[in-house]
Design a protein. Structure first.
Length: 557
């Protein structure tokens, strides 16, 4: 009966710990969603920038696994190269160590206070930001409550002779014992799929005195390797570069552990020397109050040392992984969006991915317009140019469909109201972009009517091209909001839109007047009117897109 009580108390404590971690992580993600999205978009070829993004994002979301899976997704989509991915992974491995410090803080007695303080905003606050901060605080309190129950369950085991004998080999300080312990930590983390949970269990075991300090350090080293399985599983079926990014995570951890193993005794002594108090010191209740801080420092120092040693050689590491994982013989076509499964992504990361695809869509439309302008300016009708414009429009249709479906799946995930509004704005933006592409194609098709007897020359031709260029300048003014987080000048946009609308009406009236004077054939009236309407529609959809972009960049209250 006592064994059953220990088992369900340990299992329940672990469940509360997991739930607290998720609650805290979800709350922080909701609060920091805009920060995460902007940081992901800011990644450049700089290794330090990529490292910083990985570090800060992981600190905010409290999970290196999520960050590395996200990184694999970006590499798979072609939005991040292997060297950048390695930088992000190094940052993630260091960022995840903050969780160990949170767990090691001796504030378990205030756990219920944290839950109470976090619960207050949920009852009284009407500001979404405070609601999510309260949620994160409740999660932190539950994390400590879970640790407490795990400790309660494990404390009797330190006096259980049969149990202690069964783990005696792992508690040894020989090389064989260290290897066995590292392997055990690795396997358990692969099963649990959470190095944070295993770190919490390791600390609970060490605090209870069931395992010695050196065994806890060896377990932590194994947990560092075991956590790489999540990214490796996410890379299955992905592009070669995505698999290389996942392998980079495993390679970094394995090499780090192999380099540490021969000097593990000295490493443990160094940690003991640097940290105040002894990890072996006992409290009145028989627990070891300082061992958790020692474990947290060892975890941080191991990952920091790895980053300092390997980060300068990111290019060489990328080259090595390219040799180890050669390109496939068949040509790969990367998915348009991540791995096609947003369930593996943070909402903020999914939004950053979709935002990047929106910019690609805008760039295609810009190329489509330039080709259309050249097509209309040419003296001779060019069927190949028309076919290319039609092909561009087909591509924008596919991108529009994939972005919309992807974002609808993202909206099924837990997120803040602000993020939900941003996703709706992005769907609206992609709708308007697709409509602009439709009318550019329609305008190109009207050129076919001038192959035979009809022609467009003189004042009507000059005014048409002037109007066409002004409409496109208006589109570029609005679409610039996709490349910048700066607010659009809506008063300027409204004024310009109204001006273009009046101009379109005037153009049609002037052309009809010229026809009545015999300057143009009457059959050109309908075509010219259709051409002006197409440009007016581009103006209208650009104006609607401006409102959606403004909503997307709206500040989070």
């Amino acid at each position: 009966m006592e064994a059953f009580s220990t088992f369900y108390t340990l299992l329940g404590g672990l469940g509360i710990f997991f739930f607290g971690m998720k609650f805290m992580s979800d709350g922080l993600q909701a609060v920091a969603g805009d920060i995460i999205r902007k940081m992901i978009n800011s990644i450049t070829s700089s290794r330090l920038m990529a490292f910083g993004v990985g570090l800060i994002v992981t600190c905010l979301i409290q999970s290196s696994s999520i960050t590395t899976v996200m990184t694999v997704g970006f590499v798979n989509a072609g939005l991040m190269n292997l060297t950048q991915a390695i930088g992000v992974i190094f940052g993630a491995t260091l960022g995840t160590t903050i969780t160990g410090w949170i767990i090691s803080l001796d504030i378990g007695k205030f756990a219920l206070l944290l839950v109470g303080l976090g619960f207050v905003p949920g009852l009284f606050s009407k500001t979404e930001k405070w609601l999510h901060l309260g949620r994160a605080l409740v999660g932190l309190g539950l994390l400590y409550i879970g640790l407490h129950f795990m400790g309660v369950a494990l404390n009797p085991l330190r006096e259980n002779t049969a149990f202690l004998e069964s783990i005696a080999y792992f508690a040894g300080s020989s090389t064989g014992s260290y290897i066995a312990t590292i392997t055990m930590g690795c396997l358990l983390t692969m099963i649990v799929q959470s190095s944070t949970a295993m770190l919490g269990i390791t600390m609970a075991l060490a605090i209870s005195g069931i395992i010695p300090f050196h065994t806890a350090i060896a377990l932590v080293l194994g947990e560092n390797i075991g956590t790489t399985i999540t990214a490796i599983l996410a890379s299955i079926g992905a592009t070669v570069n995505a698999r290389r990014a996942a392998l980079a995570h495993a390679f970094i951890k394995i090499i780090g552990v192999l380099l540490t193993l021969p000097v593990l005794t000295h490493f443990i002594s160094f940690v003991d020397f640097v940290m105040p108090f002894s990890p072996m010191e006992l409290a009145a209740d028989g627990t070891k109050p300082y061992v958790a801080q020692h474990i947290a420092f060892a975890h941080t120092f191991f990952n920091l040392a790895g980053a300092l040693i390997f980060l300068p050689f990111s290019n060489q590491l990328a080259a090595l992984l390219t040799k180890v994982t050669p390109d496939r013989h068949e040509k790969e076509v990367p998915h348009l969006l991540v791995l096609g499964d947003p369930s593996n992504m943070l909402p903020a990361a999914s939004m950053a991915q979709a935002e990047s695809e929106l910019r690609k869509m805008k760039n295609i439309i810009e190329r489509m317009y330039c080709l259309n302008r050249e097509f209309w300016s040419a003296e001779v009708f060019d069927a190949k140019m028309l076919a290319k414009i039609v092909d561009y429009e087909r591509i924008t249709d596919n991108i529009h469909k994939e972005i919309t479906v992807f974002l609808c799946y993202v909206m099924e995930k837990p997120m803040s109201h602000h993020q939900s509004e941003q996703i709706q704005a992005m769907i609206k933006i992609t709708d308007e972009l697709e409509s602009v592409a439709d009318y550019i194609e329609r305008l190109a098709n009207y050129r076919e009517r001038f192959k035979a007897s009809e022609s467009l020359a003189g004042e009507s031709r000059t005014e048409f091209f002037k109007f066409m260029d002004d409409v496109w300048q208006f589109f570029e003014l609005v679409a610039g909001g996709l490349d910048s987080s700066a607010a659009l000048d809506m008063s300027q946009i409204e004024a310009k839109s109204h001006e273009l609308q009046l101009w379109a009406d005037s153009m049609r009236e002037k052309h009809l007047d010229r026809i009545s004077k015999g300057t143009y054939l009457p059959v050109t009236a309908l075509t010219y009117s259709d051409m002006v309407v197409a440009l007016r529609k581009i103006r209208a959809h650009s104006f609607l897109m401006a409102g959606a972009i403004e909503n997307f960049h709206a500040k989070h209250e």
